[in-house]
Design a protein around this ligand. Sequence first.
Ligand SMILES: [Zn+2]
Length: 145
Amino acid sequence: MGKKLTIERLTNEANFLVDDSLFLLSKDEGKMGAYVEKLKILLDEVKADMPNPPSRNTGDVIGGIFSITKPNQIAVQNPTKAVNKGEHLKKGERLKSEREKALKVGKKKLRVCGFCKEKTNEHTKTTCPLNPKAKKRKATPVIDV
Ligand SMILES: [Zn+2]
């Protein structure tokens, strides 16, 4: 148990270290490249130090998933990292209320035009463009100001 927890803690720590490094290097392609090369060297050292690598088949699959999914996670997580907790919370609330607004707009009831039966808020039976008896809408003239 204790050993497993330590491994998990260290794994988390390693994740954070790499995340932070990638975050710091994210604007410097050259340094990022150098860092990745260092990681490759580290990995080679780790491999050389592991005479009995754990089950190769599953290990490869997991490694493949990690190397594909990790950069995506970082790209998503990093922007929030720079924001402190308070701001992050405000930002979340603002985004939420904006989304709710959008939802309300989306739910706005569309009236069925009594003439052409089209569901629209653009016109009604009395202003339907297809209704010859409809009140003619004044064409909005283009005015040069
Ligand atoms: Zn209509």
